[in-house]
Design a protein around this ligand. Sequence first.
Ligand code: SF4
Length: 82
Amino acid sequence: MHTDTMTPADSAWQEQALCAQTGADFFFPEPGSSVREAKRICGMCEMRSACLEYALNNDERFGVWGGLSEKERLSLRRSDQN
Ligand code: SF4
């Protein structure tokens, strides 16, 4: 996978991402700390489905993407495969 070959279409949603305006700290919480606030912001974000799709496609392991924590994304991937 080549993250340096990301096309404009891939990254267009990021310009409208709500978390780009609030700062990344919410989305990369310390291990064990609450992701509730990040999820609340994701819930208001219009880019949520594009964001989640991007995270799944690119195997993003850390932080909240598209309203799902890393654990939730992992179980989503597992259930997709079954
Ligand atoms: S869904 Fe959440 S993590 Fe994704 S772009 Fe929106 S606010 Fe950011």
